[in-house]
Design a protein around this ligand. Structure first.
Ligand SMILES: [Ca+2]
Ligand SMILES: [Ca+2]
Ligand SMILES: [Ca+2]
Length: 251
């Protein structure tokens, strides 16, 4: 298991010397994460038999316009941030008419944060300039393994790929970051969610487990931390009598 902190935590917002305004620098945190994850899980594989089909046994895809980072029909501007005469940042713009004047609206920014010539960080914007999605390639192999979705400027959903197969294994849902609502986890890294954590008021309230692979919760732990503190034992409190309805956990 590789614990991944929210994506934004690992990036500095301050402007670094020699960077364009708004450019963020990847910190040691991201690379420490990369090392930890790649060491533990990079060799994990799943057979086609137990691999979930796209969309099966996992949260519905996030609603975001991924064409914002598609260069077709857009103005593309390259920037050389570190002055080595190689572009490190690429920005995409669409032309829009505002008050009778043509305006270039930023839709996407791709960055090469470690200056190895390959992009590793993507930011998607809506027409108002709000970030809708950030994508991170932590192990610098060209494949994204961390996604942070935003609404009204706040992270509402994060996804993490722990075994570097390009598919999420962990989904986090926020009622406005950092207040967690739910975490869904594919503990077997096969795309099927089998652990659901529910949070109330930002605190862990209960955990549902699919221990049989049936695609539904068959065991609940109620507020494990509080139960252990109250009873003085590590045994969880009895499961709730009324099973809640997780969006991903079938009834
Ligand atoms: Ca790079
Ligand atoms: Ca990667
Ligand atoms: Ca994965």
């Amino acid at each position: 298991m590789c614990i991944v902190k929210p994506a934004g935590v690992c990036l500095h917002k301050r402007r670094a010397a020699g960077t364009v305004p708004g450019m963020r620098r990847m910190t040691l945190c991201a690379f420490a994460l990369l090392a930890a994850c790649s060491t533990n899980e990079k060799k994990e594989t799943n057979t086609a038999a137990n691999e979930a089909k796209p969309g099966e046994g996992q949260p519905a895809p996030a609603q975001v316009d991924r064409s914002r980072c598609d260069p077709s029909g857009k103005k593309v501007v390259d920037l050389d941030v570190n002055g080595d005469n190689k572009p490190d940042v690429r920005k995409f713009y669409v032309a829009q008419m505002e008050n009778g004047a043509r305006v270039d609206v930023l839709t996407c920014k791709e960055s090469d944060l470690n200056f190895d010539g390959k992009k590793d960080y993507w930011v998607y914007y809506d027409n108002q300039g709000n970030i809708t999605l950030e994508e991170f390639d932590f192990d610098l192999d060209g494949k994204v393994e961390s996604w942070a979705y935003r609404q009204n400027g706040k992270i509402v959903r994060e996804e993490q790929d722990f075994n570097f197969d390009g598919k999420p294994d962990l989904w986090k849902f926020y009622d406005g970051y950092p207040k967690l609502v739910r975490i869904e986890l594919s503990s077997k890294r096969n795309g099927r969610v089998d652990v659901w954590e529910y949070y109330e008021g930002g605190k862990l309230d209960r955990i549902g487990y699919d221990t049989t692979g049936a695609g539904q919760v068959d065991r609940w732990d109620r507020a494990p931390e509080e139960a252990a503190a109250t009873t003085g034992s590590d045994k969880p409190a009895p499961a709730p009598t009324v099973a809640p309805e997780p969006s991903g956990a079938k009834k």
